[in-house]
Ligand binder design. Structure first.
Ligand code: SF4
Ligand code: SF4
Length: 148
């Protein structure tokens, strides 16, 4: 990966490895959300996708996730304009899309994959798997986005 590529390479010019490395491992995009049909407001819950590993905050089946969870959104430089608005506020893909810098705790900046967890930004230890909570109860699990 090129040195500090996230500060000087446009997303569409990044290599696949660089693009993947933008993910900070927070796990927040793997949470189920609730949308108010009248206001369009989106609330975050701590009910996680069945494939999310609550400790690593990574997808348990990343390579085949689209087969197991068809609704999982694949982020690409081209799709960011459509999905950035509902990504977590601290998501590196969203920040880069909005021309903002990465936070100090981002593993690319800190050099430490644990810093996202130590800063209290990730979902480590905070989620419940979606197969344990019926959908009609999800509103009892609404949370504020950690780290914001
Ligand atoms: S919210 Fe963004 S940075 Fe965090 S895990 Fe999801 S894609 Fe990665
Ligand atoms: S399939 Fe994997 S990447 Fe997609 S939402 Fe679920 S845990 Fe996250």
């Amino acid at each position: 990966m090129r040195e500090r590529f996230w500060e000087r390479v446009r997303p569409e010019k990044m290599t696949p490895e660089e693009w993947e490395a933008l993910c900070d491992g927070c796990g927040k995009c793997c949470l189920n959300k609730l949308e108010d049909e009248e206001t369009g407001e989106v609330a975050l819950t701590r009910v996680a996708c069945r494939l999310l590993d609550d400790q690593s905050c990574r997808c348990g089946q990343y390579a085949i996730r689209k087969t197991l969870v068809p609704e999982c959104i694949q982020l690409t430089p081209a799709t960011m304009k459509d999905v950035a608005y509902f990504m977590p506020a601290t998501c590196a893909y969203r920040l880069i899309h909005e021309g903002k810098p990465l936070f100090w705790w981002h593993p690319l900046v800190s050099g430490d994959p644990e810093s996202v967890h130590e800063a209290g930004v990730s979902m480590r230890g905070l989620t419940v798997p979606e197969f344990e909570v019926p959908e009609e109860d999800w509103e009892d699990y609404i949370i504020e986005e950690p780290g914001t």
